[in-house]
Design a binder for this molecule. Sequence first.
Ligand SMILES: C[S@@+](CC[C@H](N)C(=O)[O-])C[C@H]1O[C@@H](n2cnc3c(N)ncnc32)[C@H](O)[C@@H]1O
Length: 415
Amino acid sequence: MSGKKSIKYSEIKAKLGIVSNNKMGDDVAYFTHYLQNTDTKDSIYYIEQAERFIAEQCDKLGLDKERVAKEFTNVDWSEVPFPPVKNPKFTFIDLFAGIGGMRIAFQNLGGKCVYSNEWQPYAKITYEANFGEVPFGDITKVDANTIPNHQVLLAGFPCQPFSIAGVSKKNALGREHGFKDLTQGTLFFDIVRILEAKNTPVFLLENVKNLISHDKGNTFKIIKGTLEDLGYTIYPKVLDGKYFVPQHRERILIAGFRDKTFNHNEKFDFPEMPKPTAIVRDIILNEVDKKYTLTDKLWNYLQNYAIKHKEKGNGFGFGLVDFDGITRTISARYYKDGSEALIPQKGKNPRRLTPRECANLQGFPPEFIIPVSDNQGYRQFGNSVVRPLIQAVGEKLVKSLLSANEPPKSKKSVR
Ligand SMILES: C[S@@+](CC[C@H](N)C(=O)[O-])C[C@H]1O[C@@H](n2cnc3c(N)ncnc32)[C@H](O)[C@@H]1O
């Protein structure tokens, strides 16, 4: 970058009156994506709407729009914990981004995120605080051509059943259909149409382990068939986060390589899992506010509930953690009662993990900012990924991507 004076991201926000709140819509998404890409060719995807937004805000605030727009071309990201990667080795997009667990992993591997999408307002707040970028909203409304070319697509998409209703009608009319037809109207279909429109060379999808058995195996069969019909070789594997963090968390990861790009030479393999050494003691804080201790009412309720279920022969109740062991899977419902993982306390009722401890349990770095309420924080970390597991898989995936005989060049995706 030139010797031009830089401006801090927070100063830009203050100047344009941008407030981090749950009303951050696509205008701010365009603007922040533009800021992240002022020095790359991908700015063309965002510049028009960003300039319109700057002009509107300047008009409202009585500022000189031309001068202001020029100031924004050299952004100082030093206050943002996970700023855009300079001189990237590859590019990626972050779909169903949540709070960006997959993004941190792939930035750590040298990738630059050129597009993010997440519609949940509070997840957007957390995302913006950590990356200086507001994700775009509702993926079902996004035209795939407005997404920059990229080398890796990341998506931890929600699991939905596929309806076969419309297909039998099409069959009756004698129309040909592939697996793709079966995915219409689902969020997986949105991944498919982006892969198809952008000819994405590599993807990594993440989902619950149940995806394999969901709807008697039908869901996974359709996902696999659709991706193969699209011309990808896929590698699915269930992996447990416990090899990296003190949490039992099994998730299916599906890596995919485009046959036209790699010609089946990708040589991808999932990593060997390291020896599990992480224990709960490693992730808990020394001093914790008393608000995290369960009330007598809730603690009694959980104990009675557990007794009732034991009598019925169901093992599931609350989980008191062993400091030298690992926890159960933290889910988005942890905020309700914390029953999946309770910390025993001497002479007191047990307590929940704090949101920061949940961040630790998912392998998020300590500099990760949690700007939302405890309840939102629990939901966000419960929905997220074991960051070091994603990074270990990502390392193999990026190695295959970069060492392929034929790097992706024809689709304008290499800078
Ligand atoms: C399982 S979470 C993924 C979390 C992410 N991997 C992380 O590290 O935080 C799935 C996300 O998809 C988002 N989502 C669901 N439907 C969406 C839609 N139509 N458009 C955009 N995002 C959507 C949800 O809000 C949720 O945050």
